[in-house]
Design a protein around this ligand. Structure first.
Ligand code: SPV
Ligand code: MG
Length: 291
């Protein structure tokens, strides 16, 4: 089944599904091997892994280049965190074309302004996009896709910027009418109250996606109870790698030796396996002249 069809099935399935963050080919492969059915190509994580801020400092073509490695390394669908679409409707529709060419199954765009800023940094001061302008962007993206299953998710930042339920609902409904396939409702509260209020009024008009980074103590069954379609574990491979790399670098620097860490890191054989070294050996036997 095509990756776009897989992602569409995930979002339309009647049960709660999960996708996991990855930020390069290696982490994408690990997400697939551990059992996830889809990948969140996080803007925060990709930019952090590149050593820059989550403020569109990496150009969109640099992001697309990372995505190509992620897509090549995996057979499950990737949903790109496409920020604001990297410009106006025209930039966003060109993005859709390029994503389709690289085998990306869908993109999520948020109703803020370019250059965006991460929602968890002074979210209340971030300017939102005009509703009409954002709807035009959604329409242009839907018109640009050539694969009917390619997914456009509209992310509502009303709660992040301190606006209330009415504004969140007004925006989500406008984005639905503009042709979005799903809405992502974001919240930075440590509890699920905003999401719960939204879900009750929204009443299943379109599938709903959430990012429970800040309300991580909410039991997952609560998401099911509210009828949420897709939960994104948005940055935990990046954060776990930061913790692991700091620990190992610190230890090696301090000890001037590898003796203490050899058993704490992945064996080299595991690196080769993840890279698919065996396949190359078999191909060499097939295609190179016998020694
Ligand atoms: C990301 O992963 O980059 C996201 C989710 O956009 S959040 O960081 O929660 O805004
Ligand atoms: Mg992001």
């Amino acid at each position: 089944m095509s990756k776009t069809k897989q992602l569409r099935q995930l979002i339309n399935s009647r049960k709660l599904e999960f996708i996991m963050e990855a930020h390069n080919g290696l982490s994408a492969k690990i997400v697939e091997e551990e059992g996830f059915k889809g990948i969140w190509a996080s803007g925060l994580s990709i930019s952090a892994a590149l050593g820059v801020r989550d403020n569109n400092e990496a150009s969109w073509t640099q992001v697309v280049d990372v995505l190509e490695f992620m897509s090549d390394a995996t057979s499950i669908p990737i949903l790109l965190d496409g920020d604001t679409g990297y410009g106006n409707f025209n930039n966003a529709r060109r993005l859709v074309k390029k994503l389709e060419q690289r085998g990306i199954a869908g993109v999520c765009i948020e109703d803020k302004q370019f250059p965006k800023m991460n929602s968890f940094i002074n979210g209340q001061f971030q300017p939102l996009a005009e509703i009409e302008e954002f709807c035009g962007k959604i329409k242009a993206m839907k018109d640009a896709q050539t694969d009917e299953d390619f997914l456009v998710v509209a992310r509502v930042e009303a709660f992040i910027t301190g606006r209330g339920l009415d504004e969140a609902l007004r925006r989500a409904e406008a984005y639905r009418k503009a042709g979005a396939d799903a809405v992502l409702i974001h919240s930075k509260r440590p509890d699920i109250t905003e999401i719960e209020a939204f879900m009750k009024e929204w009443a299943g008009r379109l599938p709903v996606v959430i990012v429970p980074t800040k309300y991580y103590l909410t039991p997952t069954d609560k998401f099911r109870e509210l009828g949420i379609s897709l939960a994104i574990w948005a940055n935990h491979n990046l954060r776990s790698s930061i913790a692991a790399m700091k620990q190992v670098s610190r230890s090696i620097y301090r000890d001037e030796s590898l003796a203490q860490i050899e058993n704490k890191v992945a064996p080299l054989e595991e690196v080769f396996r993840l890279q698919g070294a065996e396949e190359l050996e078999a191909a060499e036997r097939q295609y190179l002249p016998a020694p």
